[in-house]
Design a protein. Structure first.
Length: 323
């Protein structure tokens, strides 16, 4: 049953259109902040004349995360133009264009960078954990398994969504399976982010206990930075995961449905901005402190070891809120 076959009140149509438009404005605002943070981080790193492979890896990773976010930003921009300008003859036409999500290729083009940013963000976090723990594969072995599972879910969901337009039957089953895969991906990403951040924080704290001032103050400050960065990303991931599994959050017509637009807007930016902010703040912190050489490979959380963060939503009608 298509969305246009469903009766929706005028108030609900207005609320849906308003949520879509205002969440796009929120995304514009966050993207502007992210751009400034990204540019500032590049400047901080480029001002340091020391260059080696690990520094290039960090810069490449945060650049990939920014590019993935920018692609989603462009897709959302086009989506608003599609809803309001191209399909905006009446309020009803804007509403139906909003909830139906436009052409199928637009969904795929939005979902690929959306979920790829989870994998890239967690990959960067695990790489940092690997260096903080003295390049110990034993410590990150479970994290690598989680990352591999996350990547597998991402690839499977992408293939399923890419092939779903060819299915002449079982569209609702395909949508439900896609929702299950993406929900599992979000939960795995949440587990990876929390576990990795705790490992990094514990390692830094345990090393700080072996040293006096000012190293201990520096490490405590870095632990706070790690926890703050992970907490924001993890909280938004948790909200998105809850939205994916609770039916009332995904049912068209539910008062809670519109909240998903804003969660998605934040989740587009946070996987890239959170690790970028962390890298920038630690870079600034390290420039203001001098740390003992014996613990440089822990405190140098540029992570440069000197040893050489449009999904489909099931509902009574087949729709995709993310475009």
């Amino acid at each position: 049953m298509s969305t246009s076959d469903q009766p929706f009140s005028t108030n609900f149509q207005q609320a849906e259109i308003s949520s879509n438009l205002n969440s796009s404005m929120l995304l514009n605002y966050l993207m502007g902040i992210y751009t400034l943070v990204y540019a500032g981080t590049l400047f901080i790193y480029s001002s340091n004349k020391a260059t080696h492979a690990n520094r290039r890896i960090v810069l490449s990773a945060i650049s990939v995360l920014y590019l993935l976010c920018f692609v989603q930003f462009v897709v959302q921009w086009y989506s608003i133009d599609l809803d309001v300008v191209i399909n905006g003859d009446t309020r009803e036409s804007i509403f139906f264009s909003t909830v139906e999500g436009g052409p199928k290729w637009l969904w795929v083009f939005a979902n690929v960078p959306f979920y790829a940013s989870f994998v890239a963000s967690d990959g960067l976090l695990i790489w940092r954990c690997y260096h903080v723990w003295g390049r110990s594969f034993r410590v990150i072995s479970v994290l690598l398994i989680l990352l591999l599972a996350e990547f597998g879910l991402f690839v499977t969901a992408t293939i399923l969504e890419g092939l779903s337009h060819r299915l002449t039957s079982g569209a609702n089953t395909s949508a439900a399976l896609f929702n299950s895969l993406t929900s599992a991906l979000v939960f795995v990403s949440l587990a990876t982010t929390v576990t990795t951040s705790l490992l990094i924080g514990y390692r830094i704290y345990s090393v700080a206990r072996l040293n006096g001032q000012p190293s201990k103050r520096l490490f405590k400050h870095i632990v706070v930075l790690v926890i703050e960065s992970a907490a924001v990303y993890s909280f938004v991931l948790l909200l998105d995961a809850v939205f994916a599994v609770i039916p009332s959050f995904n049912l068209v017509g539910s008062p809670l449905y519109q909240a998903g637009y804003f969660v998605d807007a934040v989740l587009i930016v946070v996987p890239g901005m959170a690790p970028t902010v962390l890298v920038a703040r630690i870079a600034v912190t390290n420039s203001n402190y001098t740390v003992e050489p014996t613990i440089t490979h822990i405190s140098n959380l540029h992570f440069e070891s000197q040893q050489g963060s449009m999904r489909g939503r099931s509902a009574n009608v087949t729709i995709d809120r993310r475009r």
